[in-house]
Design a protein around this ligand. Structure first.
Ligand SMILES: Cc1cc2nc3c(=O)[nH]c(=O)nc-3n(C[C@H](O)[C@H](O)[C@H](O)COP(=O)(O)O)c2cc1C
Length: 142
């Protein structure tokens, strides 16, 4: 029997100040290695102010991955916006897609941290999920 899939969406405040590109590359490299082994897929979005991430996979794998992510000092105010069973993966080809550099994503996402004053609980998990998904499709089309 296949394990039930779960989807988790969170946002957090960026605390990286130096060598941001190198740090993001490092996060993506580690994420892709670990997530592939744990059957976790998803997408990460970043701007100077905040991160948004979707994780999807078996419950235990999401839990273990997210526990590590929460302890990471490169971000803070880690706020779960959505955690629910899901009948299919939306990011099945991606151990961790990176959609932070997409212009269209920045238009929709760029000021979210500022606009919400980092009150992430005021944001809707489905909206954030859709921003990531829409911009992933933009990335695929290129
Ligand atoms: C915004 C952000 C997103 C992250 N996403 C993931 C992820 O999807 N998977 C993962 O394994 N680690 C992720 N990490 C890194 C973890 O916090 C942690 O450093 C890493 O899992 C430790 O892996 P290691 O024990 O193999 O070094 C993320 C970190 C940050 C700051």
């Amino acid at each position: 029997m296949t394990a039930v899939l779960y989807r988790l969406v969170y946002m957090s405040r960026n605390d990286i100040t130096d060598e941001i590109d190198t740090q993001i590359d490092g996060i993506l490299k580690t994420s892709r290695e670990n997530n592939r082994l744990a059957e976790v897929t998803g997408a990460l979005m970043f701007n100077t102010g905040c991160f948004a991430q979707v994780l999807e996979g078996p419950h235990n794998a999401i839990q273990a991955t997210f526990e590590r992510i929460q302890c990471d000092e490169r971000h803070s105010d880690v706020t779960v916006l959505l955690f629910e069973p899901s009948n299919k993966r939306s990011f099945s080809s991606w151990a961790m897609a990176y959609v932070g550099a997409q212009e269209s994503a920045l238009e929709r996402f760029g000021n979210l941290g500022d606009e919400s004053g980092f009150e992430f609980t005021a944001l809707d998990g489905d909206d954030i999920y859709n921003v990531l998904l829409d911009n992933l499709h933009d990335a695929e089309a290129q």
